[in-house]
Design a protein around this ligand. Structure first.
Ligand SMILES: NC(=O)c1ccc[n+]([C@@H]2O[C@H](COP(=O)([O-])OP(=O)(O)OC[C@H]3O[C@@H](n4cnc5c(N)ncnc54)[C@H](OP(=O)(O)O)[C@@H]3O)[C@@H](O)[C@H]2O)c1
Length: 322
């Protein structure tokens, strides 16, 4: 098969478009022909640095397509079915294999491209807001990187749950686009101190839940946004800073909580998150929630797609099409 691969981590120009061996479908696995790859924030970070699990390496968490083969023990999917899949790597390719418990059937009426964008952002946003963040109607949620894949999902889910939704982004244009998705108050963090702005918008109280995929120095400031009994979710390092040591000395007096979150652990260790993502697919198919697709690139243009995302112009998802 053809795949977008790299031999060393670094900038978007590390990608090569090459022939690599086809993945094999073992017991409990599902092999798909990929029709749409959603480039996840974690894909750009994995390409940027860190150890390589294989050389050449096929990066990528999430893609969708049609089942080609199922392994022993998989009796509820068959060749030709449309599925969206998640895995630790391997999405940037013509073929992808993953375990059955990391596949979701695509609802009738939903395009394969839209489905390709759903499990990781919506599963993550939902868990951060509700399972771990315990967000309630009437509370205030602050969503950092509101124009990101996770951010767009979180803004919609928090609004649907009856929360007041605040979000940060790097430009007013990005915040304007979030208004149509349920944002109550946008904060352009390039020109405004978001800690002061959250305090101002909440009459000094602070946010009940903060969703922080940015990390680094942003995370410390997220803690300073918390209300009494506030919960801060740390889920990523999109800001590309070295994780900073945190001063948590202010948290005890206000009974605040800092929670680390990893969707992979929830998918590996139980069925709850899988079922929640299946409900998100149905809700999107019914028009209750939206997926935003920004641009499409051919799979051989993976480097251009990653560069476009890192230029901070993307609003929502960028797809690769094999
Ligand atoms: N723990 C988990 O289970 C889990 C699951 C999903 C995602 N994540 C993590 O969450 C983060 C966001 O994922 P995503 O898929 O939503 O990402 P994405 O769609 O690629 O968006 C990333 C956002 O980060 C913001 N950003 C801030 N500083 C940046 C920088 N220096 N360079 C590039 N972007 C920067 C950008 O918004 P502005 O320009 O508006 O600031 C951008 O919209 C990633 O770190 C990812 O690894 C974790």
């Amino acid at each position: 098969m053809k795949a977008a691969v790299y031999y060393e981590t670094g900038g978007p120009d590390v990608f090569r478009y090459e022939d690599v061996p086809d993945p094999t479908c073992g017991p409990g696995d599902v092999l798909i022909r990929v029709e749409a790859v959603s480039v996840e924030g974690g894909d750009t970070l994995n390409r940027l640095g860190g150890d390589l699990a294989s050389v050449p390496h096929v990066v990528g968490y999430q893609c969708a397509g049609r089942v080609l083969e199922v392994g022993d023990g998989v009796d509820d999917l068959a060749p030709g079915d449309r599925v969206v899949t998640v895995g630790v790597d391997g999405s940037h390719a013509e073929l992808r294999v993953t375990g059955r418990s990391f596949c979701w059937r695509i609802p009738d009426g939903m395009s394969t491209e839209v489905a390709a964008c759903v499990p990781v952002p919506f599963g993550t946003a939902d868990d951060c807001l509700f399972e771990f963040g315990r967000l309630q109607a009437g509370e205030t949620a602050l969503v950092h990187a509101g124009a990101s894949g996770v951010g767009i999902a979180a803004v919609q889910l928090a609004k649907r749950a009856g929360a007041t939704v605040l979000a940060t982004a790097s430009s007013p244009e990005r915040l304007d686009r979030l208004a149509g998705l349920g944002l109550d108050h946008g904060i352009d963090y390039a020109t405004t101190d978001f800690v002061e702005e959250v305090r101002r918008l909440t009459d000094g109280r602070g946010a009940d839940v903060v969703v922080d995929p940015v990390g680094g120095s942003n995370l410390q400031r997220s803690l300073h946004c918390l209300a009494y009994r506030g919960r801060c979710m740390t889920l990523g390092d999109a800001g590309r800073e070295t994780p900073a040591l945190l001063d948590i000395s202010t948290m005890r007096a206000a009974n605040q909580t800092l929670v680390g979150y990893f969707l992979g652990a929830e998918l590996f260790l139980g069925t709850r998150a899988h079922a929640g993502i299946a409900r998100h697919l149905d809700d999107i198919a019914a028009g209750d929630l939206q997926v935003v697709i920004d641009r499409r690139f051919a799979l051989e243009e993976a480097g251009e797609a990653h560069a476009y995302i890192e230029s901070r112009q993307a609003f929502g998802r960028v797809l690769l099409v094999p």
